[in-house]
Design a protein around this ligand. Structure first.
Ligand SMILES: CC(=O)[C@@H](O)[C@H](O)COP(=O)(O)O
Ligand SMILES: NCC(=O)COP(=O)(O)O
Length: 237
């Protein structure tokens, strides 16, 4: 079964736009779970452009499925994650000012750093995932870092899907095979949508989890949040 983890960053973006508490991020997270989401993902960035530190504390006691916290593992992130103890921490190589995540880790260049971080998180009982591209050597190096899982950065797949979906998915199918052989669990995320999700799942049925935010929240403006979550779950059958 591939779990759908709904990334609620954009709910916080809308809330922050007016400075109040509408939409209520914690209530939306609970509703996402009630509508069938099998996880909640957040990415508390240093500038708090969407998810704030307080949101993380507010969400912790309420998330009843799987809580996945993404971010660059600086001291701020590590202290927060070790205190909150989510089911999963996803390590993302984002610099503070990046518009959105736009690359995976160089797990060869940063191997000693990542090994240390992952050991620290696993000591707390937190499952680890490394956000990564489809480079075979880097995926093998992710296993050497001791990570439980990798999350395939799927923006290149989404960007090329309309042009030629079979070509777009090939690197990801290969990467999934290498991850499996290396004993890594397999997540995927970034720019997944109702256009491209079903084909990805058909080509990589062994996916453990997809985390989806931007497109899903945009779809919810038209279909409603409950219907939208059901549509994404349908595409993961
Ligand atoms: C790691 C990943 O692909 C997403 O969590 C992405 O970081 C979303 O971040 P924004 O919602 O800030 O674009
Ligand atoms: N890890 C990917 C994620 O959480 C959501 O990415 P997106 O769907 O907002 O592009």
């Amino acid at each position: 079964m591939t779990r759908l983890s709904v990334n609620i960053n954009k709910i916080a973006t809308l809330r922050n736009a007016r400075g109040g508490n509408n939409p209520n991020v914690a209530h939306v997270a609970q509703d996402c779970e009630r509508f069938g989401a099998q996880g909640i993902t957040i990415h508390p960035r240093p500038d708090e452009r969407h998810i704030t530190r307080q949101d993380v504390y507010d969400l912790k006691p309420l998330v009843s499925t799987e809580f996945n916290i993404e971010g660059y593992p600086d001291q701020r992130f590590m202290d927060l994650v070790k205190e909150i103890k989510p089911e999963q921490a996803t390590l993302v190589p984002d610099p503070p000012n990046v518009l959105t995540s736009n690359a995976g880790w160089d797990t060869i260049k940063h191997q000693s750093f990542l090994k240390e971080i992952i050991a620290e998180l696993k000591k707390e009982g937190i499952r680890t995932s490394i956000f990564i591209g489809t480079d075979i050597a880097l995926i093998e190096a992710a296993a050497d870092c001791g990570s439980d899982r990798v999350e395939l950065y799927t923006e290149p797949y989404a960007a090329n899907y309309a042009k030629n979906k079979s070509e777009a998915v090939k690197p990801f199918v290969n990467a999934a095979e290498v991850a499996r052989k290396a004993g890594l669990g397999l997540n995927a995320g970034h720019d997944l949508s109702l256009e491209n999700l079903q084909y990805l799942k058909e080509q990589i049925p062994e996916l453990d989890e997809v985390s989806i935010g931007h497109a899903l929240i945009c779809d919810a403006l038209y279909y409603g949040l409950e219907n939208t979550i059901q549509l994404y779950l349908r595409d993961l059958q």
